[in-house]
Every structure is written in structure tokens, then in C-alpha cells.
Unconditional design. Structure first.
Length: 94
């Protein structure tokens, strides 16, 4: 399905990482060849993955208010937006 979507010039996006472990993020990038990760909060559990994302400028999206709203984070101050920016990651906030 993803191969066909890329062939049709759709952007392959992985909505994973908010609840999924880092291994799922690796699979999304390597196997499914995702070109963006949405809510990749668990990537900080694996330093190699963090470096890969930053070094390859893989776009990330983060929705701090939504993540607090669904109680993934208890406080907006702990959503890792600053950490992502500090590591030169290609981050987009919504």
C-alpha cells in the first residue's frame, strides 16, 4: 500500500510514536519508508534513533496541547519540543 502511495506521489506519513515503542518508529522509517513521523515522542528512548532523525532531517510533528489533552503528558512543560529543537530536528508543531 505504501509503495503504491509513493508511486502515486503521496507523502508517506507514520502516525506512530505517541504510544508506540521506538522499534515501531524504526520499522516505519526503514521498512515502510515513511517520510514523516507524527508524534514521535518515544524516539527519545533510543539515542541512535534520535541521531538518525536529526541527521536525516526526518520531519516530525508534535501537538503539545493535544498530547496534554489526551493525558499522554501531564504538563505541557514536559512535552519534548525544546529537546527536539535543541537537537536540530525538523519539527513542526500543531
Amino acid at each position: 500500500m505504501f509503495k503504491k502511495a509513493r508511486y502515486e506521489e503521496y507523502i508517506a506519513i507514520a502516525y506512530t510514536g505517541e504510544e508506540s515503542p521506538t522499534e515501531d518508529l524504526w520499522e516505519a522509517i526503514k521498512l515502510l519508508k515513511m517520510s514523516r513521523i507524527d508524534h514521535g515522542y518515544h524516539m527519545f528512548e533510543n539515542e541512535n534513533f534520535v541521531k538518525y532523525v536529526a541527521g536525516n532531517k526526518v520531519p516530525l510533528t508534535m501537538c503539545p496541547l493535544a498530547s496534554v489533552g489526551i493525558e499522554h503528558f501531564k504538563d505541557i512543560k514536559v512535552v519534548p519540543v525544546k529537546e527536539s529543537l535543541k537537537r536540530n530536528q525538523n519539527i513542526h508543531q500543531f
